[in-house]
Design a protein around this ligand. Structure first.
Ligand SMILES: Nc1ncnc2c1ncn2[C@@H]1O[C@H](COP(=O)(O)OP(=O)(O)OP(=O)(O)O)[C@@H](O)[C@H]1O
Ligand SMILES: O=P(O)(O)OC[C@@]1(O)O[C@H](CO)[C@@H](O)[C@@H]1O
Length: 309
């Protein structure tokens, strides 16, 4: 079983508009709501891939209850801590010129008692799981070392753990050597305090992290696919050219697919191919963290995997 950890869940609202500007009124053409926050996108993708999954983290208030209802539509099992504070919303404005503009609300603070309740739950879930994913930002009031702490707990039980976050949470988290990380180029640059201008530099940076003991370092590169550095070598995976509908959640889809691959013990090359196909298929749907199996199956044989070293 796979457990997903989402400490900062959100109602993801995708607004489709013709155009918009500051200091004007904009009428939204269509609005779709999905259960979001990075780890819930990961959860939906794992479920669609056909693996057993349980989602944990914090939900609160009416918005939290709505998220739990949305997850029921996916038949996703949950074991959340219910907080006194209300769950946030995140807005993605999709304009007709193809731009995507995101507004991410901060998560309302959680109490020390709620954090302790979460630790009680995760200790039980670690025992039941073979892979645990940890994704996204955290609500106010929690220390940025929480992910490193969780990773150490998970690894001490011999389980695999994927970390997908950014900023101080990523910087603190990598010190505990998760099994797999999936920064995009911007996150990688911020983590190492460098500027990357070409593929060689991406590989050098990923190798530096692999050398610290992180088994799989995946750097996602949007439409250019992803690079994977692991003990079997350095691989580049490239999706076929597609016309994206909404790329939000592509990174989460990739994380979900890698969690499934770790659980199924796929080879590095097959795991990368699968992750590229699932994440590219996500770009073809409006909903975040969702894909059609038919899109994934059509893309899978068209993914190019090249071993670079
Ligand atoms: N335009 C695209 N065409 C095909 N595949 C794409 C496209 N954009 C993203 N993908 C797929 O999704 C993967 C992850 O995308 P990306 O690098 O944008 O992640 P990210 O920055 O973490 O995304 P997000 O934070 O929006 O979830 C890519 O490695 C690729 O396989
Ligand atoms: O605040 P976080 O957790 O870092 O990011 C939240 C978020 O932008 O990430 C997902 C896309 O990756 C969206 O579903 C969600 O709104």
């Amino acid at each position: 079983m796979i457990t997903t950890v989402t400490l900062n869940v959100a109602i993801d609202k995708a607004y489709v508009v013709e155009d918009f500007a500051k200091n004007t009124v904009t009428r939204v053409q269509t609005c779709s709501n999905t259960a979001g926050g990075k780890g819930l996108n990961v959860s939906k993708v794992i479920k669609l891939c056909g693996e057993a999954i349980i989602a944990t983290g914090f939900v609160g208030g009416h918005a939290g209850a709505y998220i739990e209802d949305l997850l029921k539509e996916y038949n996703i099992a949950t074991d959340f801590v219910h907080t006194k504070s209300e769950t946030r919303s995140c807005i993605n404005i999709l304009a007709s010129d193809g731009t995507s503009t995101e507004f991410l609300e901060p998560g309302a603070p959680v109490t020390l008692d709620e954090v302790n309740q979460f630790y009680e739950k995760i200790n039980v879930l670690i025992e039941k799981s073979d892979v645990i994913t940890i994704s996204g930002s955290i609500p106010n009031g929690i220390d940025t070392t929480i992910y490193a702490d969780l990773i150490s707990k998970i690894k001490s039980k011999g389980k695999k753990v994927i970390l997908d976050t950014s900023g101080a949470l990523l910087a603190d988290g990598v010190k505990a050597c998760p099994t797999l990380i999936k920064p995009n180029q911007e996150e990688l640059e911020a983590l190492l305090g460098i500027t990357i201008t070409n593929q060689t530099e991406v590989i050098e940076a990923a190798k530096r992290l692999h050398d610290t003991g992180i088994e799989f370092v995946v750097v996602s590169l949007g439409g250019d696919g992803a690079l994977l550095v692991c003990k079997d070598g350095v691989f580049h995976g490239k999706p076929p050219k597609i016309t994206p509908v909404n790329t939000v959640g592509c990174g989460d889809s990739m994380v979900g697919a890698f969690a499934v691959s770790l659980s199924r013990k796929l080879s590095a090359e097959n795991a990368l191919r699968y992750a590229i196909a699932v994440s590219a298929a996500n770009a073809l749907t409006m909903a975040t963290g969702s894909f059609h199996i038919s899109d994934m199956e059509r893309i899978l044989p068209e993914v190019e995997i090249n071993r670079l070293f």
